[in-house]
Design a binder for this molecule. Structure first.
Ligand SMILES: *[C@@H]1O[C@H](CO)[C@@H](O)[C@H](O)[C@H]1NC(C)=O
Length: 209
């Protein structure tokens, strides 16, 4: 019994030492706390934490709003791409069988394609912010916001456009995927807005006295 307790204490000791000395572990847990806190400011906090906490290892500096915005955008783009892959497959099958639902799905696919383009442009634009070191920030930031909102609208159009056109499992599946994409993009936009607001605040020119 005493031995068990002793090894438990030893284990605890080893863990605390590892915790205290390993900056990577500390960095990750701080990054996770940062992600969780920032996610509270979005419309879908739990989805946000679920999507983004997988990427805490991607932070090179903890608590970076810029990195968080960038990571969230990449997650949105990858959701958009996987949604596109799924809807493309469904559209192909419906076309082959000359199903009456094909046009509705094709319209949705066009929207998703546009969304993928918008998000791809956003990522390039965010990279330019870094390259330009902040000059032209308002221009880049406004482009990113516009394109992200467009991507969100694209997803909404797809969902609305379905109406009662197609039924059953496939429709439910497409809707669920597109809805998820729309929410993840809303999260990215909220996080980008937070980053932009901070950026403007910290780079504001002081009024001359
Ligand atoms: C996280 O980092 C990995 C490895 O560098 C990279 O492949 C991946 O795209 C990154 N994910 C995001 C969302 O930034």
């Amino acid at each position: 019994m005493a031995q068990i307790r002793l090894s438990f204490i030893l284990l605890l000791f080893i863990f605390s030492v590892a915790w205290a000395i390993h900056p990577a572990i500390r960095g990750r847990s701080r990054a996770r706390a940062f992600v969780e806190f920032q996610c509270q400011a979005t419309l879908y906090p739990s989805l946000c934490v679920r999507c983004l906490s997988n990427y805490v290892a991607n932070f090179t500096t903890t608590q970076s709003h810029e990195q968080l915005a960038h990571i969230a955008l990449r997650v949105s783009l990858s959701r958009a791409q996987s949604t596109r892959a799924y809807v493309t497959e469904v559209a192909k099958q419906l076309k082959q069988t000359k199903a009456k639902d094909y046009p509705a799905v094709k319209d949705c696919l066009d929207q998703i394609n546009d969304g993928v383009d918008q998000l791809t442009n956003c990522i390039k634009e965010v990279e330019m912010i870094k390259e330009n070191g902040g000059s032209e920030f308002p221009w880049h930031a406004s482009n990113v916001k516009t394109w992200m909102s467009t991507a969100q609208t694209d997803a909404n159009f797809c969902i609305d456009g379905f109406g009662r056109a197609i039924g059953g499992k496939t429709k439910a599946m497409i809707k669920a995927k597109v809805l998820n994409l729309e929410q993840v993009t809303s999260i990215s936009l909220a996080l980008f807005n937070r980053f932009a607001a901070r950026y403007r605040a910290s780079h504001a020119t002081r009024p001359k006295v």
